[in-house]
Design a binder for this molecule. Structure first.
Ligand code: 5AD
Ligand code: FES
Length: 413
């Protein structure tokens, strides 16, 4: 496909929220413009509003955004990326931005992320908190600590709390403790949404947690390509079961988030197409994606990181295919590029998830090397993210931020 044909495809995609395999594959496999040279934020800097908030250097401003420091082990392995969007990307991002604008205006929703346990019974080959990694201190937060995180988050204006953990048998086998926690949060802050992200459970447990008041559930499918799923996970984990969980969560009534990793070993454009097609079937409310980033204590330690440029392209495609969806500009995106989250917003994302976990445990929830924000506290991250969002001309929405499911509910005429 030549440039004109690709641009036609993008128009069609924006108008019909769909495209034939051939068109999607052409976009997914078109050349990317990123190199591993010195970092250049030229594209970001040329965007309106950028310099105003980034030029200042006051405490809590993003002037000191937390990129991996030169000399740190993550930095040694993660080459700085120089990124400029191709003409295709520019067309894709502006189409995505227009669609997001018509559904959500300039709003960016915040979710306070609490990583409350890093115990995990699983052994995913890519993940830094996998069971076999003995190089980290395992922790579980007490209910009072979690309530304290919410209290602080609420005072910043957060109206969604995301409780995330590894697949911790302590909480997941008998879900009464977790149910009680959800109930306490909902009783204390009835205007807030609670999102759970604690992995695969059976239907009965999902139901109990829903009855306790949980509103949303995040469970990334990771990849919808069967063969690839088996390469990324040990025996005993199955894509079929993961999909079953997602459908059950939907049936129960949760707002559901799925999602995938971009650029983990052996992934092809066809595999990404399978992700898009699976998501079209599932019709989730939220879709979380990020580049694969290696972790030194996992079997994928030597695998190259996923592509930043391709992740942005996938985000834009997701916005066009799922105009109503809540799409986070994820921490992984902010880790692979210092302006990753800002560029993610410009490519169609409309959610940011400030980490509000206690500072003492942040360094223990390392899914990949070089994860940003592990030395910061909640207030710093919050102020930093607010400034980053504003730097792109977007507005922070202090509200629950449920998905706009139909054009009739659109924020803008
Ligand atoms: N690189 C990028 N993302 C990862 N995740 C786990 N490990 C990695 C990694 N090494 C993502 C998975 C998971 C989410 C919580 O974090 O997609 O679902
Ligand atoms: Fe910027 Fe955490 S320091 S978001």
């Amino acid at each position: 496909m030549n440039q004109t044909q690709i641009e036609q495809s993008i128009r069609q995609l924006a108008e019909t929220q769909n495209l034939a395999d051939e068109g999607l594959l052409a976009i997914l496999s078109a050349p990317l413009s990123e190199s591993e040279a010195g970092f250049s934020a030229s594209f970001a800097e040329s965007q309106p509003g950028f310099s105003a908030s980034f030029a200042e250097s006051r405490p809590g401003s993003p002037a000191s955004f937390t990129a991996p420091q030169p000399g740190s082990s993550a930095e040694a392995r993660r080459t700085r990326i120089s990124y400029t969007p191709t003409p295709l990307d520019k067309a894709l991002f502006s189409a995505a931005d227009a669609v997001r604008q018509s559904y959500y205006g300039k709003k960016v929703f915040l979710r306070g992320l609490i990583e409350f346990s890093n115990y995990c019974k699983n052994d995913c080959y890519y993940c830094g908190i996998r069971r076999s990694n003995q190089g980290l201190k395992r922790y579980r937060l007490e209910e009072t600590d979690i309530m304290e995180c919410c209290r602080t988050g609420y005072s910043y204006g957060l109206r969604t709390f995301v409780l995330q953990s590894g697949e911790d048998a302590h909480f997941n086998q008998d879900v009464r403790q977790l149910s009680q926690l959800v109930r306490r949060i909902k009783d204390t802050w009835p205007d807030c949404a609670v999102t759970l992200s604690v992995g695969e459970l059976d239907r009965e447990r999902y139901e109990m947690l829903y009855e306790a008041g949980a509103d949303r559930y995040l469970l990334r499918h990771e990849t919808a390509a069967e063969t690839l799923y088996r390469k990324w996970h040990p025996d005993g984990m199955s894509l079929a079961y993961r999909k079953q969980c997602l459908y059950e969560l939907k049936e129960i009534g949760y707002q559901v988030g799925a999602g995938f990793m971009v650029g983990a070993p052996e992934q092809t454009a066809e595999d990404l197409l399978a992700d898009l097609r699976f998501l079209q079937e599932l019709q989730p409310d939220m879709i979380g994606i990020g580049p694969f980033l290696h972790h030194r204590d996992t079997p994928f330690r030597d695998a190259p990181d996923g592509s930043f440029a391709l992740t942005l392209r996938c985000l834009a495609l997701l916005r066009l295919l799922f105009p109503y969806a809540l799409l986070p500009a994820t921490t992984a995106l902010g880790t692979i590029h210092p302006l990753g989250r800002e560029l993610g917003l410009s490519a169609g994302a409309n959610v940011i998830m400030p980490n509000i976990s206690p500072g003492s445990v942040r360094g223990q929830y390392l899914l990949y090397d070089g994860k940003i924000c592990t030395d910061e506290d909640g207030q710093h991250c919050h102020a930093c993210l607010e400034a980053r969002v504003r730097s792109r001309g977007y507005e922070i929405a202090c509200e629950r931020g449920d998905a706009v499911r139909s054009p009739r509910e659109r924020a803008m005429p």
